[in-house]
Design a binder for this molecule. Structure first.
Ligand SMILES: [Zn+2]
Length: 295
């Protein structure tokens, strides 16, 4: 009996020693909740300084590997060192309200919608200026109404036309892996309710869907990468209009250089990592700051 007690005391003592040694080795001190929140706020400020988050009101599926998310301090260090300081020009040329609507919370059958954000890439086919003019024209009939959220002109300038929180009419009769929402009994279901539509201005030689098409400018790819990074969506939720079109008629964007986009997206990996760290450790933060559910 006495031996058991001694053995127990020895084991306990060893365990305490081991723990103390481990703490000294790693230099880790238990952090206060307040200190943690402070670092998280710093990360969020750093993310937003160069890559301000787009608030669409649609939940974001960032595919964060929560268990693999690095410690919050490491995420901040990586972010500060790697975040690109590229900032394109941005202007607003708001579409006529007839060409866009609200994002709905339930479909025409009264079912709640649950799809997460999808980025859809298009090309304008005509010049950016003509596209803006079309969107700014009052269109009383459903079949005429059309819009994207943002056009990227040949200089890489972002021309915002529809607020991100609204539903732009960029892809009628469309579906992504079985996901679509019917918002109007008269109109086919589409991805518009959960989509963020970005359109690249077509090069001069590609206008009017002639066979020629010299592709997009370097500035357009850089601005596109920056804009996509601002949404925090996983790569497989960035799609082309031609891939989701149920009419089988759309072929945009033509002459798209995926490798070039990937190349420009790479430097933003730190943003993704930091964002995922916030998702992993974000409980207790003000959820209104984040375009995702934190619980
Ligand atoms: Zn399109």
């Amino acid at each position: 009996m006495r031996w058991t007690i001694v053995r127990f005391a020895l084991t306990l003592g060893m365990t305490m020693l081991c723990l103390a040694g481990l703490m000294t080795l790693t230099g880790q001190q238990p952090r206060s909740q307040e200190a943690n929140l402070q670092v998280q706020e710093q990360i969020w400020a750093e993310v937003n300084r160069y890559v301000p988050t787009i608030e669409t009101g649609v939940p974001v599926d960032a595919r964060c590997e929560v268990t693999a998310a690095p410690a919050i301090d490491a995420a901040l260090d990586t972010l500060v060192e790697t975040v690109p300081h590229y900032r394109p020009q941005e202007i607003w040329r708001r579409a006529d309200p007839s060409n866009y609507g609200d994002r709905v919370r339930q479909d025409v059958y009264g079912r709640p919608v649950s799809e997460s954000l999808l980025v859809v890439i298009h090309e304008t086919v005509g010049p950016a200026e003509g596209t803006v003019h079309l969107f700014q024209t009052y269109h009383p009939y459903d079949y005429q109404q059309v819009s994207y959220h943002t056009i990227i002109d040949q200089d890489g300038t972002l021309i915002h036309t529809v607020p991100a929180k609204n539903r732009a009419y960029g892809a009628g009769n469309s579906e992504f892996q079985g996901e679509s929402v019917k918002t109007n009994p008269e109109i086919a279901a589409s991805v518009n309710n959960f989509a963020y539509h970005i359109s690249l201005e077509t090069p001069d030689d590609g206008i009017h869907e002639y066979d020629s098409h010299s592709g997009y400018t370097d500035a357009q790819y850089r601005s596109l990468a920056w804009l996509i990074s601002r949404t925090h969506v996983a790569e497989d939720r960035v799609v082309f209009h031609k891939d989701i079109d149920r009419y089988g008629e759309r072929n945009d964007p033509r002459s798209f250089d995926q490798a070039l986009l990937d190349n420009y997206l790479k430097p933003y990996q730190g943003i993704r990592t930091a964002y995922c760290s916030l998702v992993a450790k974000g409980k207790g933060l003000s959820a209104s700051k984040y375009p995702i559910e934190l619980n």
